[in-house]
Design a protein around this ligand. Sequence first.
Ligand SMILES: *[C@@H]1O[C@H](CO)[C@@H](O)[C@H](O)[C@H]1NC(C)=O
Ligand SMILES: *[C@@H]1O[C@H](CO)[C@@H](O)[C@H](O)[C@H]1NC(C)=O
Ligand SMILES: *[C@@H]1O[C@H](CO)[C@@H](O)[C@H](O)[C@H]1NC(C)=O
Ligand SMILES: *[C@@H]1O[C@H](CO)[C@@H](O)[C@H](O)[C@H]1NC(C)=O
Ligand SMILES: *[C@@H]1O[C@H](CO)[C@@H](O)[C@H](O)[C@H]1NC(C)=O
Length: 245
Amino acid sequence: MLLTSILTVVLASLARTTFAQDQFGPIVYDSIHNATSIYGTWSSGGKAVLTGPGFADPANMTFTYPKTTGISYSFTEDGFYEISRYRFNSNGSEPTCITGVIVWVHGTYTLNANGSISMTPLGDGFQQVQDPCAAVSNFIQLYNQTEYYKGWRIFHDPNQGYKLHMFAFDGSPLAPQFQVSTTPNMLPTKQLRNVPPATNSRRSLDVEERSVSGAQDVLGPHWLTGVMVVAGGLALLMSSTAMLL
Ligand SMILES: *[C@@H]1O[C@H](CO)[C@@H](O)[C@H](O)[C@H]1NC(C)=O
Ligand SMILES: *[C@@H]1O[C@H](CO)[C@@H](O)[C@H](O)[C@H]1NC(C)=O
Ligand SMILES: *[C@@H]1O[C@H](CO)[C@@H](O)[C@H](O)[C@H]1NC(C)=O
Ligand SMILES: *[C@@H]1O[C@H](CO)[C@@H](O)[C@H](O)[C@H]1NC(C)=O
Ligand SMILES: *[C@@H]1O[C@H](CO)[C@@H](O)[C@H](O)[C@H]1NC(C)=O
């Protein structure tokens, strides 16, 4: 009896130190797993990317571009989430084809017993993609993906405060996010634009997708940076990639 409970404690603490990447059993949301609650607003790096007003306007599918790339997540106590993401994806086989993606999405989330998070969008999410190598290089389309995160942890950093670590579906870490506020800063947690029902996802995408004129090519200066970096060599490329994260 005693042995079993000691074993349980040892196993539980082992599971916790594996960074939530390989947990298959139930976990406890104690101060070792998360030093504070996940409720509120979180943002990476210089906190230029934030959820809530000022990032996206779902009614007319427009974005206000932040000064730098980053990610921001908000969670309410009653199960709603919102994500603002602005990042560059590099392509190993086509190093000059650095794609810029800015995304806004919200919906409902579940903190699963095995430590993962499941997110289900409301249908009014959207993204703008800039791909210099594609036929249409700059377009806006619906973004309505369910997202699954393998795990999450919150640590307390004496200098930077609370730090949220999230792990993607494959266990890879997202950029750490700092606590911006303990009450979530979000747009209203309901559908903010009429979205045609998802009878056929390909069709609804065609309806919504629109290319954006050169005048709105706000990622411009960054493309130049990307190309210069490629010309400047691998070392620079790597440091720049690290910065973009
Ligand atoms: C861990 O997070 C959960 C969900 O946000 C919360 O209910 C719980 O109180 C948190 N634990 C601590 C120690 O703050
Ligand atoms: C989108 O709507 C906001 C206000 O709701 C407005 O300020 C902005 O100019 C609009 N953008 C476009 C491109 O229509
Ligand atoms: C990388 O570029 C190639 C060639 O343009 C393309 O076929 C492939 O889908 C791209 N990969 C990613 C991950 O974007
Ligand atoms: C964790 O729980 C979620 C929700 O129940 C489930 O979808 C997922 O497959 C589980 N993951 C593992 C690794 O068991
Ligand atoms: C968005 O995704 C959710 C979850 O998969 C689905 O229930 C909903 O119908 C989708 N909405 C649209 C407009 O595609």
